[in-house]
Design a protein around this ligand. Sequence first.
Ligand code: NDP
Length: 280
Amino acid sequence: MTAHRPTRLAVVGHPIGHSRSPRIHAAFAEQLGLDVDYQAVLAPLDGFARTVERLRHEGFAGCNVTLPFKPEALAVATQASARATLAGAANTLGFEGDTVWADNTDGVGLVYDLVAARFPLAGKRVLMLGAGGACAGAMAPLIEAGPAEIRVFNRSADKATALVERHRALAQRHGVNLKTLGSLDSGAVYDGVINGTSAALGGTALALPRGLLKPGGWAVDMVYGAAAQPFLDWAAAEGAQGRDGLGMLVQQAAEAFSLWLGQRPDPVPVLAALRAELSP
Ligand code: NDP
């Protein structure tokens, strides 16, 4: 008789000590009664591919990937989903025989969280702030949710242009008017604003003008914790409903978990527990 072994999974990043993923995946496994061993793994900055090879040889079923390795995760894969290819980055790898498959669950995580929060997307005007890896991951699932319009504003305009260009055909297929925005002071008003910048993590909150959001609109920051507060304060001053990135974090994890294990956990109680733990 073969001894039972847990499914081994990991999150790989540099740094990695801050990651909530082991906590979240342990809660999912407990909820579904599955035996999962999910570890945080620090990869050297020049040793991501080596680390992935080691995990494969040690019998891991896959790993999540976080900063700064998401583009490299796509590069090491032998197969990639359409959404990871469009994003140019992967946050989930699976190991099956000689195959290393890559996916990007950040974007669907965001969209599922918007749905859970009852923040409408279909037919709406949406402003995305930022054009880094997280925004790239979010773009395809956002387009597929069918907003009327998406505008992308980024400090470095060339990155916003590249992001829009990469998604132009998908946007056309879904009838979404996708363009870059040169200035936030154009007078345009949005139903929803997504902050996908890391500005607040660097200690400089984004300076956003008033009047960007329709009254009763919504605003989501991908960041969570204290760093999200300036954006949430701005949203409240706009008369909008605000939400931080904790829901997105749990939802992207639930999607990755179901890709590896074929069972979808309920993110709601896990999010509630995490929020209670993190509240001051
Ligand atoms: P990247 O480094 O790839 O991109 C950072 C983005 O923030 C770029 O658009 C960058 O602009 C912009 N930015 C950084 N500093 C400033 C500033 N001072 N003023 C204006 N813009 C600025 O990071 P990611 O895209 O991977 O992550 C973005 C954020 O999303 C992070 O805070 C991350 O923690 C969060 N995140 C949350 C997830 C979740 O599940 N909740 C999942 C993934 C990410 P420029 O191009 O000009 O440099």
